[in-house]
Design a protein around this ligand. Structure first.
Ligand SMILES: C[S@@+](CC[C@H](N)C(=O)[O-])C[C@H]1O[C@@H](n2cnc3c(N)ncnc32)[C@H](O)[C@@H]1O
Length: 308
């Protein structure tokens, strides 16, 4: 046994290195029966690995035992994810902003556009919610954009405790921002003039999604705005195919390896469920919205403004 060398920057602290000979006689470095995986300094898992050294990056479920040959794959920015197992927890908040900037076209332009839209809806006594605030990037930008409306109250909601911690830290110097942990479906909301969902509704399981659109409509004051950005599916298979190829090219140009692109999309199975443009308009219409318009679109990324 040899201990003490670090494989991933954070977690794998000890293992048993073994040289393995393939049928052709070539030698490759493997490791087996790893002693311990350490997360944030605490021993969380006794594991039994038998996989290629380079593919092991982290343990997203402390305490979990791994089967022979199982691996957790990197999806970029030192984030690890499993098949159908994407999470916003663990170490994701540490590099989330870099990851999303490189993954979502016009991520920052969308924020700027929402700040500009807020001029039409935010008053000095307004309450504004962002559902799925993650690290608090957007809610902070909006509060700063509207800094002279000192009576406005900005609320960033997120279901993920690790994101809440990051958002609290990011927004701690802005007095009128509160960060609230909870599922947006269950959090009690005051009447609001603006509600934003920036790439969040797509993570709400489809069976609950309409319920959340209904709640958003009910929560808004008359004349208030719901701004929603979503990954959307194309209206037919030919367009979907072309758009997904162009999106993969976009990620590749932004430095993701082919393996990272594939692993990210595997990790999002059953976790991110996009609807089409029409599907989203239908959800809004069933909630009660009659006035909806598209405000930004790039490939499969679309922003909507709906006014009550
Ligand atoms: C793609 S991120 C949002 C990015 C963020 N709006 C920004 O501008 O950087 C989606 C976020 O939604 C949160 N989320 C998912 N479902 C939620 C729910 N039901 N209620 C509240 N937050 C939720 C996730 O924890 C995650 O932080």
């Amino acid at each position: 046994m040899s201990f003490g060398r670090t494989v991933s920057p954070f977690w794998v602290k000890a293992w048993d290195e073994r040289k393995r000979k393939s049928a052709s006689g070539a030698e490759s470095l493997w490791f087996a029966a790893v002693g311990r995986i350490v997360t944030d300094g605490a021993v969380n898992a006794q594991v039994c690995f038998n996989c290629d050294l380079e593919t092991v990056q982290a343990d997203p479920q402390p305490g979990r035992r791994f089967g022979k040959g199982e691996a957790i794959m990197g999806v970029g920015q030192k984030i690890a994810a499993e098949n159908a197992g994407w999470t916003f927890g663990n170490n994701v908040p540490d590099t989330f902003v870099d990851h999303i900037k490189q993954s979502v076209p016009l991520y920052e332009s969308g924020h700027d556009l929402i700040c500009q839209l807020s001029d039409f809806f935010v008053k000095n006594d307004s309450v504004i919610y962002e559902i799925g605030t993650s690290t608090g990037e957007l809610i902070r930008k909006m509060a700063q954009h509207n800094a002279r409306k000192t009576g406005a109250r900005w609320v960033g909601l997120d279901v993920e405790p690790a994101m809440i911690k990051a958002a609290e830290n990011h927004c701690k110097d802005v007095a009128n921002i509160s960060i609230v942990q909870g599922d947006a479906r269950h959090v009690e909301m005051e009447k609001a003039d603006m509600i934003i969902s920036y790439y969040t509704m797509q993570f709400v399981p489809p069976r609950y999604r309409q319920e959340l659109f209904d709640k958003i409509y009910e929560t808004l004051n008359w004349g208030g705005a719901f701004v929603m950005f979503e990954k959307v599916r194309a209206p037919d298979a030919r367009f979907q195919d072309m758009i997904m190829q162009l999106y993969n090219d976009f990620k590749s140009r932004n430095g993701f390896s082919s393996e990272e692109i594939v692993e990210k999309s595997r990790s999002l199975k059953g976790v991110l469920e996009p609807f089409s443009t029409q599907g989203n308009l239908d959800l809004m219409a069933r909630a009660g919205f009659k006035d909806m318009v598209s405000v930004q679109k790039y490939l499969c990324f679309e922003g909507f403004l709906a006014i009550k």
